[in-house]
Design a binder for this molecule. Structure first.
Ligand code: BV8
Ligand code: ZN
Length: 259
């Protein structure tokens, strides 16, 4: 049995507060494209400035709205995988093993809803959500059109706000935009209070989100990475387990259930 798996399992057994920090690699085995690590990654195919900045939105709202709607459609057409389910079950599996309550929080950079659909209750979205558009003018949450968005569209006029007729925008954090401070501070507090942190499927290149695992390391927490490739955060990890989210996480639960 790989030493990384048993080391992580041991640390989780000792932990009473766990943070699971996830990135696009967490959703890769559900068929959702990552951003940077593969030839079909999003930033290899699309222009980051055109699609994920305020200026890109100002230049061509229809192109950007169509792109995010296409990504939302891809999430709606897929399912969470065994790794998402393992995270959702981890706290109860640990309690069944040692009888203590365990608090597990998910802090994700992802804008999909796969953690929630797998049953995770406490999910903090640092970069927003594809499912939470809001009005450019009055900042009210917007209504999404019912049904499945058409992923083939290259241009789609953004809907209008029902309160003030302003344009809706994707409810995500673009480059150059500040992360939601309430969520970020919540995440920082959870990291300060945790005993162990799992870092799953992130390249660790996007700031300030990447600060969180680094803070955990400096605070002496047990931090482990589950990623087929060592990320930019690997040097801060107690353990780097070169496996995937959908393979590694269920295997961890098997070890913890076996006792
Ligand atoms: C800000 C939008 C300023 C939503 C995204 C230092 C400090 C502060 C800012 C900066 C800084 N240095 C640079 C910056 C600017 C910038 C930044 O970080 N740039 C980087 C690229 C250098 N940061 C910002 O602009 C941030 N804003 O700082 O504003 C400010 C401050 C105050 C007041 C006003 C303004 C905003 C950053 C958020 C940008 N939004 N997305 C969307 O379209 O989705 S970023 C995008 O990257 C996504 O959110 C994504 O979640 C995030 C991180 O990517 P990853 O999730 O890590 O995914 P990636 O593809 O990179 O890696 C996948 C990993 O998974 C790989 O390691 C791979 O090996 C692994 N993997 C693959 N398959 C699997 C797997 N792992 C497990 N299992 C598998 N099967
Ligand atoms: Zn409005």
């Amino acid at each position: 049995m790989p030493v990384q798996k048993t080391t992580i399992a041991q640390a989780l057994l000792q932990a009473r507060r766990i943070v699971v920090f996830t990135g696009a690699g967490m959703s890769a085995e559900s068929g959702i494209a990552t951003f940077r690590n593969a030839p079909d990654s999003l930033w290899a195919k699309f222009n980051t400035r055109e699609m994920a900045t305020r200026q890109g939105w100002r230049d061509n709202k229809e192109r950007v709205w169509a792109w995010y709607e296409g990504r939302r459609g891809a999430v709606m057409q897929t399912e969470p995988h065994g790794g998402h389910v393992a995270i959702a079950q981890l706290a109860s599996v640990l309690k069944a093993r040692h009888g203590h309550s365990v608090q597990l929080d998910v802090v994700t950079q992802n804008v999909d809803n796969l953690h929630e659909r797998a049953g995770s209750a406490n999910v903090i979205h640092l970069h927003g959500s594809l499912f939470a558009p809001r009005c450019m003018a009055c900042d009210e949450p917007g209504e999404l059109a019912p049904g499945m968005p058409d992923p083939t569209l290259m241009a789609l006029p953004p809907p209008r706000c029902q309160h003030c007729q302003g344009y809706l925008r994707p409810g995500v954090v673009w480059f150059g935009e500040e992360m939601p401070q309430t969520e970020f501070r919540q995440a920082e507090d959870l990291v300060d209070a945790c005993d162990a942190m799992l870092v799953v499927g992130t390249s660790g290149v996007v700031w300030p989100a990447a600060e969180l695992p680094i803070n955990a390391h400096h605070l002496g927490k047990f931090v482990a990475e589950i990623n087929p490739e060592p990320s930019e955060l690997a040097k801060y990890m107690r353990v780097q387990w070169p496996t995937s989210a959908a393979q590694g996480l269920p295997q961890l639960l098997d070890v913890l259930r076996a006792g």
